[in-house]
Design a protein around this ligand. Structure first.
Ligand SMILES: Cc1cc2nc3c(=O)[nH]c(=O)nc-3n(C[C@H](O)[C@H](O)[C@H](O)COP(=O)(O)OP(=O)(O)OC[C@H]3O[C@@H](n4cnc5c(N)ncnc54)[C@H](O)[C@@H]3O)c2cc1C
Length: 398
């Protein structure tokens, strides 16, 4: 039987899961085009940025697909030719497909605010997290220009996660770098709206605000960010001196879709039909697709399994199934051993929430690797890895 060429673009949640599902079936020849050689597990990126091990937030694609029949190409897809059914890569290579699955994820949106793209930090990739971590160490190593005010922008899950991890990490770094007598680090979380997690009930916002304040995070509401320079942030008309602005306040769809003339919804996501097709044979999944719960890893995984299953059904002469969105569970860690869980109408907090979060991470890893590897990975969240010269020397001396 002739194998069907399926090309998957994007080595994130949706793309990796789609490849794993299709690799179980001998009818397909699967090519994965990924612009990075590793998969990024975003839910733990805040942890890596705050000194945690990189193994919890990134996994080499070669490791995930070891012993799997997947052809991996590390490059960026740039151009789609629907008529010829080909996709062109940055290096000029053109690949033919019978079915194409696009799962390119979202990009950071800086809303054209002056200086933000240039000077702010983020945690949208491993590179971002490492850059932020290095900056935190460098800042403490500079006794003259050291600036002890850390501004996190965006009162959504990512902003809450990183803001809650910073006070503890900065105190830990101060100790390692021998910086004394400075009181509580000034970590401030800025939200342009009136409360945290605007889409959740008010009681959830209140509980998270209380928890963050307890951890030493100051909350600033209804103050829009106006501009940033190398050492200042203009916020609600007031100039703040800071060298650390962490931008978590916006995402936008991947520009690939606009460049390749996909039909978009008003929210900037790609319009898809009930089979998640944007065009015959072209499936768009995860953050890119305009589905009810788009924007969550759980949705990308669900979409990938759905599309792969329909492709398998097709080879077996069965009718495709219709897409049913799956409501995700929201679990937001806020400081050590504390998390908020929103499971349907049920909300709970604290250590029990933390246990749910640990289980969710294990399931997240388990979705893409065998259970024993997932268990090791989930357990390595207690390891710290500070590579800066001062910290490394202290570790060696200890
Ligand atoms: C900090 C953070 C924390 C999060 N926490 C949670 C959480 O706790 N729970 C949850 O459910 N969701 C969470 N999310 C959201 C979740 O990570 C996304 O919804 C999910 O990653 C979407 O999966 P995807 O496959 O659509 O995109 P991604 O996982 O982003 O994968 C897209 C991949 O495609 C690559 N790519 C982009 N363009 C190209 C190109 N032209 N050619 C080749 N490759 C390309 C990208 O580099 C990336 O590797 C979080 C997101 C962030 C940023």
């Amino acid at each position: 039987m002739k194998k069907q060429d399926v090309v998957v673009v994007g080595g994130g949640f949706g793309g990796v899961k789609a490849c794993l599902e299709l690799s179980k079936h001998s009818a397909f020849r699967v090519t994965l085009v990924a612009n990075k050689p590793f998969f990024e597990y975003y839910p733990m990126m805040y942890h890596t940025a705050a000194g945690g091990s990189k193994t919890v937030s990134s996994i080499p694609l070669g490791e995930i697909f070891k012993d799997k029949r997947i052809n991996i190409i590390i490059d960026e897809a740039t151009k789609l030719n629907r008529k010829d059914k080909t996709i062109t890569l940055k290096n000029g290579q053109t690949i033919e497909y019978k079915a194409l699955i696009l799962s390119l994820g979202s990009i950071t949106n800086y809303y054209n605010i002056d200086g933000i793209a240039e000077y702010s930090y983020g945690i949208k990739s491993l590179h971002d997290a490492e850059k932020l971590r290095k900056h935190l160490h460098d800042n403490l190593q500079d006794p003259i220009h050291r600036e002890d005010r850390y501004m996190v922008i965006g009162g959504g899950p990512t902003g809450i996660e990183i803001a809650s991890a910073l006070p503890g990490y900065i105190k830990h770094l101060r100790k390692k770098h021998g910086v004394r007598g400075r009181g509580q680090p000034k970590v401030e979380l800025v939200e342009a709206g009136p409360r945290l997690l605007a889409r959740m009930p008010h009681s959830v916002s209140r509980a998270l605000s209380r928890r963050l304040r307890k951890l030493g995070v100051k909350l600033i509401f209804q103050k829009p960010v106006q501009s940033e320079s190398a050492d200042t942030l203009l916020l609600g008309g007031k100039q703040i001196t800071t060298k650390t602005v962490i931008w978590t306040a916006g995402v936008a769809n991947n520009p690939f879709f606009k460049q390749n003339k996909f039909i978009m919804s008003d929210n900037g996501k790609v319009k898809v039909d009930q089979a998640l097709q944007a065009w015959p044979g072209i499936f768009v999944i995860g953050d890119n697709a305009d589905t009810e719960y788009s924007g969550m890893a759980q949705t990308a995984l669900h979409d990938a399994v759905f599309v792969a299953n329909n492709l398998i059904r097709h080879t077996e002469g069965e009718e495709p199934l219709k897409y049913k969105p799956k409501k995700p569970v929201h679990v937001i860690p806020v400081g050590k051993r504390w998390a908020m869980v929103a499971w349907g109408n049920l909300h709970f907090y604290g250590r029990l929430g933390w246990l749910v979060r640990k289980a969710a991470d294990w399931i997240g890893y388990r979705d893409i690797e065998p259970w024993w590897k997932a268990t090791n990975r989930a357990m390595s969240d207690t390891q710290l890895e500070d590579e800066c010269l001062i910290c490394a020397t202290k570790v060696n001396q200890a």
